[in-house]
Design a protein. Structure first.
Length: 134
């Protein structure tokens, strides 16, 4: 159960309704996910979050499917079932296969395990890897 009401179109105020309209137009759908309906309780946060999603998840140096796979991996690591489901559905629509999902989960599990080992052993980072990415 959500901690805030999941607002219907009729319950959403004008600011939230404008964001809902943009989501519908941008995604070419009439469906508004529950996360957006919950965020509609705070229209400013709703708008900010939607603008970030549009900016970050669009085509860039990484394609939208790759970004979706990363989102799934982070959601799995953070234990967010909602995000896992919604972003897996989005990634499937962009071409993610069951084999890709299985392999992605193998990477998440491996990274989680080796992260815990490195944290537990307090291994110092090798000098050669301390260079910042370019």
């Amino acid at each position: 159960m959500a901690l805030v009401p999941v607002l219907t179109d009729e319950q959403a105020g004008p600011e939230a309704s404008a964001v809902f309209d943009d989501i519908r137009a941008s995604r070419n759908t009439d469906y508004i996910n529950n996360i957006w309906r919950a965020l509609a309780n705070d229209p400013k946060q709703l708008k900010l979050t939607w603008e970030q999603v549009k900016t970050v998840m669009s085509q860039g140096a990484l394609d939208p499917l790759t970004k979706g796979l990363i989102y799934i991996a982070v959601s799995a690591a953070n234990g967010c079932g909602y995000c896992l489901h919604t972003h897996a559905a989005s990634a499937r629509a962009k071409g993610m296969t069951p084999e890709m999902f299985a392999e992605l989960m193998q990477v998440v599990v491996l990274a989680s395990q080796t992260n815990r080992i490195a944290i537990g052993l307090q291994v110092e980072v090798d000098e050669r890897y301390k260079e910042s990415p370019r």
